[in-house]
Design a protein around this ligand. Structure first.
Ligand code: ZN
Length: 180
């Protein structure tokens, strides 16, 4: 079921979400939450979504990047569910991308983040998993995980002159820097 997206200003986006209990993962209501997250992400055209964005303050997010090309990087991550994820920075060297967010519609902002990370999490079956990620995928994962801890990408913009509306981004920035 497609659910409405909570937008910036909704306090649910600003609190630390609760960890998912292991006996909760196999329940019908949790499976339904995952389906709703996926339906909503697809409907609104996102590449990732976190539970707080559809009004559930739980530490779960999904990312799906199939044959995705951004900044000249091929990124492929089949639908992946991250439950109670923990992030470890393997190399703090950062790079910046123009990020957008379903909870901050119509805007783009330039955010620098570490480009080599490892994330430990439980999958939809409740099994422990690890994923090492570099480049744009590392950025996407950090963006989604931030949602579980009350942080939005706009908080991480160092230079606020690099926060723009989508249309102005398309008109003045995208072409110049040949993004996408
Ligand atoms: Zn977001």
């Amino acid at each position: 079921m497609i659910r409405p997206i909570c937008r910036m200003g909704n306090p649910i986006l600003r609190i630390v979400a609760a960890e998912v209990k292991s006996n909760e993962i196999k329940t019908e209501s949790f499976s339904r939450l995952l389906l709703d997250m996926h339906d909503s992400m697809k409907h609104y055209g996102g590449i990732g979504i976190a539970a707080p964005q559809i009004g559930e303050s739980l530490q779960v997010c999904l990312i799906e990047l199939e044959d995705f090309n951004r900044y000249g990087q091929e990124v492929n991550l089949p639908l992946t569910v991250f439950i109670n994820p923990k992030i470890e920075v393997l190399n703090p060297e950062a790079a910046g991308y123009w990020e957008g967010c379903l909870s901050v519609p119509g805007l783009r902002g330039f955010v620098e983040r570490p480009q080599h990370i490892r994330v430990s999490y439980l999958d939809a079956k409740g099994e422990k998993q690890h994923l090492e990620a570099k480049g744009f995928l590392a950025t996407v994962i950090q963006h989604e995980l931030d949602h579980l801890f009350g942080t939005l990408y706009v908080d991480r913009i160092k230079d606020l002159s690099l926060l723009t509306y989508q249309e102005e981004f398309d008109q003045f920035i995208k072409e110049k820097s040949s993004i996408e």
